[in-house]
Design a protein around this ligand. Structure first.
Ligand code: DAH
Length: 339
């Protein structure tokens, strides 16, 4: 019997020594010490044995049981520690190492200009509206007093679609849509994309951005238009900026003007970027034509308004000193990252 126990001891310890996983050890424990385990069965069979043999063998068997339990537990602890150490080694991170820098993008230059202008107008109580880029003839021209036979139509080189609609060549149609929907007093700006059938060069694009603005109230005068535009341009380009109003013609305003600002590069002295003139043309403006007010159901005896349309790409070009407007459309990161 004692020999049998000795053999069992050897066998079990050898097995434990050869096992490299916690689950492997657990299998061994079950095999020998579990409810149906070999050593358990041996211990159970002891009662058949006669004293004093039973006592000696029983003690030896119990000692062996404890030894096996302890060895298994010790080895488990060692293995677990090894596992943890391995993990720690594997998953070690150097918290002092400098991180990889995340590339931060930024807004497109024209969007930056829109945001800046929007803030300025919001501070003057203006709301922002939007309108469709695919427009109809009535809102683009008719309601704006640009009649079909009028040669002024040629000024807007329009992309016509095959379904009778068109790509809006200016943001002015949104004046009509907004005035029809709302009642004065109105103060609105409309930033948006417009389309022109045009050969592109350093100063012309066929997809460009405009910002329409208009105010209608019981007593709006040309002085309000001047004051509003002067505040805008001074906020954008600095306190010394001056404006020049040149008489012009737009079918939807009377009187109409084209508005220039002093060149930001030379301050008005004349340089290469303003063509030696000292002035840069930025927008068209005027008092909303009585016929336009009537077209939207307003009474020109009671209300008056001003309107203007700014070329946003132009503003971005001046602000960021961009020489070729086409660069804005090339989507070249080397160019865009500068702003
Ligand atoms: N819509 C004009 C254009 O695209 C710009 C313009 C001029 C808008 C005068 C206005 C305005 O609202 O009053 O050329």
């Amino acid at each position: 019997m004692l020999d049998k126990l000795k053999d069992l001891e050897k066998e079990v310890l050898k097995m434990i020594g050869g096992v490299e996983s916690v689950t492997g050890l657990e299998t061994i424990r079950i095999k020998y010490l579990g409810r149906k385990g070999e050593l358990t069965a041996f211990l159970r069979s002891l009662h058949k044995m006669a004293e004093p043999k039973r006592r000696t063998i029983g003690r030896k068997a119990n000692e062996l049981k404890k030894k096996i339990e302890k060895t298994i537990d010790d080895n488990k602890t060692l293995l677990q520690k090894g596992l943890i150490e391995g993990k720690v080694k594997e998953e070690w991170i150097d918290v002092t190492q400098s991180g990889t820098k995340r590339l931060l993008g930024h807004l497109y230059p024209v969007t930056q200009a829109i945001e800046e202008i929007r803030c300025i107008f919001e501070s003057m109580g203006y709301e922002v509206v939007d309108g469709p880029e695919v427009e109809d003839d009535y809102h683009s021209f008719g309601a704006l007093n640009i009649l079909p036979e009028h040669p002024a139509r040629d000024a807007w080189d329009t992309f016509y679609l095959t379904n009778g609609l068109l790509m809006r060549p200016h943001t002015s149609p949104v004046q009509i849509r907004t005035m029809k929907k709302r009642k004065p007093p109105l103060r609105f700006i409309v930033p948006g994309r417009v389309y022109r059938y045009e050969a592109e060069d350093a100063t012309h694009l066929s997809v460009l951005h405009q910002l329409e603005g208009f105010a209608v109230d019981s007593n709006i005068s040309f002085a309000d238009l001047k004051g509003t535009l002067l505040s805008l341009m001074r906020s954008l380009f600095g306190k010394k900026t001056k404006l020049r109003f040149r008489p012009s013609f737009f079918p939807f305003t009377e009187p109409s003007a084209e508005v220039d600002v002093t060149c930001v590069v030379c301050g008005g002295k004349g340089c290469r970027s303003c063509g030696g003139d000292g002035w840069v043309e930025l927008l068209g403006a005027g008092m909303i034509h009585h016929q336009v007010l009537r077209n939207v159901g307003y009474n020109p005896e009671k209300v008056s308004g001003f309107a203007f349309g700014i070329g946003l790409d132009r503003i971005a070009m001046i602000k960021y000193r961009i020489e070729d407007i086409r660069d804005l459309m090339k989507n070249d990161l080397r160019f865009l990252r500068q702003f």
